[in-house]
Design a protein around this ligand. Structure first.
Ligand code: 2AM
Ligand code: CA
Ligand code: CA
Ligand code: CA
Length: 262
């Protein structure tokens, strides 16, 4: 890779500003919305055009990189070797369509399975959390401070509403143990709350493009990241992802083991 992480970060921040302009402009005219697997699983013309925008930028900048993306303009990737990009053009599409807020656009670059740099932008608030292992983590230009290592009883846990309702990943037990629980409807926005120290963790079962940016930034800050069974994430498949303070992580693993009787 010829660019340094710092140069790459600066370059992608420009793409994000451009993507944000395109999204805001597209919101001025009626969205073309269609259902994917069900009425809660939507895709719009904007999801597609923004993904194509990022794919073109990446292919121009790093022609040998592989791209894992949601809406089908990326590659079929079977290995984390070399440079692998993750793209979620609009994260929280239901929020985008219904609320016109609380959605993110996000990307991450990994090299040989390790995070290089990641970006999560709250489009309406115009806030982007970005960075990586050699840079640290920033909210816009401001470095994010180290989180407090609070346990479940001392903080808010963010969960997937759908997974909570269907009693997956011990989410009812975890939510009851926590000081409180929150559901934001966007993985990116949820990760932003954790990275900002407003929540102690986020748990959901998701696809690689949903969690790759949040996991990269969380790892950089020293938060714990794993599958719900405590194992490392396989970045090529869906995972039940836990990102939290180390204290909360220990408790979540304990609850999971107790509940499943292991
Ligand atoms: P998306 O909007 O990019 O699809 C809440 O729905 C969160 O879960 C969002 O971050 C959403 O990302 C993600 N998600 C993953 N799979 C989903 C699905 N099948 N239906 C709805 N949301 C999904
Ligand atoms: Ca989607
Ligand atoms: Ca998503
Ligand atoms: Ca999406």
């Amino acid at each position: 890779m010829s660019l340094t992480p710092k140069q790459l970060d600066a370059c992608v921040l420009v793409w994000l500003d451009e993507a944000r302009e395109q999204i805001l402009n597209a919101m001025q005219i009626p969205l073309q919305v269609s259902e994917k697997t069900n009425a809660r699983d939507l895709v719009t013309n904007v999801d597609r055009s923004i993904e194509q925008f990022y794919v073109q930028k990446i292919q121009h900048l790093m022609p040998n990189a592989h791209i894992i993306s949601e809406e089908g303009y990326g590659d079929h990737v079977e290995s984390m070797d070399g440079d692998v990009w993750f793209i979620d053009p609009i994260d929280g599409t239901l929020n985008f369509v219904e609320q016109r807020a609380e959605f993110a656009t996000m990307l991450a670059l990994y090299h040989d399975g390790e995070p290089v740099c990641a970006w999560i932008m709250d489009v309406i608030q115009n806030e982007v959390i970005h960075g990586g292992p050699t840079l640290g983590v920033f909210e816009n230009e401001q470095r994010l401070s180290k989180f407090e290592n609070r346990g479940l009883a001392a903080g808010l846990i963010v969960v997937s509403g759908a997974r909570l309702l269907s009693n997956q990943m011990c989410l009812p037990e975890i939510a009851q143990t926590a000081l409180g629980f929150r559901v934001y409807g966007s993985a990116g926005i949820s990760y932003m709350h954790v990275l900002q120290g407003r929540a102690i963790g986020y748990i959901s079962k998701m696809k690689p493009w949903d969690y790759a940016p949040g996991v990269a930034l969380a790892k950089t800050l020293g938060l714990s990241t794993s599958n719900i069974d405590g194992n490392a994430l396989n970045m090529l498949i869906s995972n039940s992802v836990v990102v939290s303070t180390p204290s909360a992580h220990e408790e979540i693993m304990r609850i999971e083991k107790q509940t499943n009787g292991v």
